[in-house]
Design a protein around this ligand. Structure first.
Ligand code: PLP
Length: 458
């Protein structure tokens, strides 16, 4: 086995683990905190996919976190119109008023709250508010509770700001959701941020109003007043089976503590627009984030913000979202049934978002991934897992790109064997991917050969 198979060794939550690496490099170039930030593997896997494509392979991309639908014409037309009108200069660092007003109206209507545009801040995408929130509310040693498996950026930033990461492990048996009973023991007087994400990336889990009320009761009773709920609701429009989006901010007593985050990337398939937002409990908090915007990037492009305002307010948007959700729903049904027909895989139906999160413990066992993992050198093991080995085998030998469990929060993920399968890919391609997975999971010799070759093991 090649011990240099896992070359990207610097991202970690625990600087102690990399003590031999840090002093040597720190003296030369980077700050200590640079070694304490993680990453989002969905981006890091792209060069490997490109390499396979350059070799002439057709890769089935079930790794993607973006809808495979074009930006709706009425939104694209508005952006072009605004560019022609000359809206190409600096603008309000908090976000232009027409967009903040549209966000405030949408949140007030859908959450039954009374939100003013002064409490809204616009960011370049849904992502920046996650790190800025931890930076703003946490001193070293303060605690951030976040779902695991969950969007990787939640855990990634805890080390960077020296907060204590407190993963809340959501369980498959509970529909990848959690109850107040599971949250309660994690809350302490150092808790500063509690991250919720429904519908969830990577599991597609959704929460009912009753669940959120129970979670709210626990937060109300146990969390310090200065703790904030960061409710990442970026998948709010992508729901199946008649589910309706529920926000914890609508539960009495919670609006005062909740930051509601969202953006255009998922609802409008507009990941390149880089428009996201957060609604803060107070105008004072919004002002702090406005100042961070001034420091970091000045403002978000005004023409895109005007496009986002149209996206939120035009009646044509609902049709586009509904067409997209119907397509996701059809793909979900085909893929869940297909994955469940493969021995060794168990896949729940997600209630929202566009991801499946099949349990592949049986596959790990059948292929010998557990044993192969246990024989890896300790350093490589820290950056891999049995599901990582299956993920890499699927990619390099069967050209199906998925994401492993570790990519969604690695702390405490040992022994959990899952893959994230995105259904944001055409149904015909998904069907090809399914058959490739079906063949791969019985290819014990191929897997052993892949392990022996020792490349791409993490
Ligand atoms: N929050 C969650 C849960 C996500 O899944 C993503 C993207 O995948 C984001 C935030 C970031 O979205 P954006 O691309 O708008 O930065």
């Amino acid at each position: 086995m090649n011990t240099l198979a896992c070359p990207e060794a610097i991202d970690t939550q625990d600087p102690k683990k990399f003590a031999p690496v840090i002093p040597k490099l720190r003296q030369r170039l980077f700050s200590d905190r640079t070694y304490r930030i993680g990453s989002e593997n969905a981006f890091r896997i792209a060069p490997q996919i490109r390499e396979l494509e350059l070799q002439g392979h057709k890769v089935i991309k079930c790794n993607l976190g973006e809808p495979d639908f074009p930006l709706a014409k009425h939104i694209a037309d508005e952006i072009k119109r605004q560019i022609d009108l000359g809206l190409t200069h600096y603008c309000d660092p908090q976000g232009i008023l027409p967009l903040r007003a549209a966000i405030a109206r949408m949140i007030s209507r859908t959450r039954k709250l009374d939100v003013s545009p002064e409490r809204v801040v616009v960011f370049p995408g849904g992502k920046p508010a996650i790190g800025l929130t931890q930076q703003t509310y946490c001193d070293p040693g303060d605690e951030v509770i976040y779902p695991s498996p969950g969007y990787p950026i939640y855990e990634s930033f805890t080390g960077y700001v020296r907060a204590k990461p407190v993963p809340l492990h959501v369980r498959e048996e509970a529909g990848f959701s959690f109850s107040g009973r599971e949250l309660a023991p994690l809350i302490t007087d150092r808790t500063r941020v509690i991250i919720l994400n429904f519908p969830s990336n990577p599991t597609g889990g959704v929460a009912t109003r009753e669940q959120l009320e129970e979670i709210a009761d626990v937060i109300y009773a146990k969390a310090p007043d200065c703790a904030r709920i960061y409710s990442d609701e970026i998948y709010e429009d992508i729901l199946f089976d008649g589910n309706r989006h529920q926000s914890i901010a609508s539960v009495p007593g919670m609006a005062e503590r909740t930051i509601i985050a969202g953006g255009v990337s998922k609802s409008f398939g507009w990941t390149g627009g880089r428009v996201g937002w957060a609604v803060y409990p107070t105008t004072e908090e919004a002002a702090v984030f406005k100042n961070l915007n001034i420091n970091y990037f000045s403002c978000v492009s005004a023409y895109n913000q005007m496009g986002a305002a149209v996206a939120l307010e035009s009646p044509s948007s609902a049709e586009a979202i509904s067409r997209m959700c119907d397509a996701f729903s059809e793909r979900r049904d085909v893929m869940v049934a297909g994955l469940n027909s493969i021995p060794g895989i168990r896949c729940r139906e997600p209630g929202g978002a566009f991801y499946l999160f099949p349990n592949i413990a049986g596959v790990c066992e059948k292929l010998g991934a557990l044993q192969a993992y246990s024989k890896m050198p300790a350093g490589d093991r820290e950056r891999s897992s049995p599901s990582t080995l299956v993920q890499m085998f699927l990619l390099w030998r069967y050209q199906v790109a998925t994401m492993d469990r570790r990519s969604f929060g690695s702390i405490g993920s040992e022994g959990q064997h899952y893959l994230r399968v995105s259904i944001a890919t055409a149904l015909d391609d998904l069907k090809i991917g399914l058959e490739r997975i079906r063949n791969a999971v019985t290819d014990v010799n191929g897997f052993q050969d892949f392990i022996k070759e020792g490349k791409h093991l993490c």
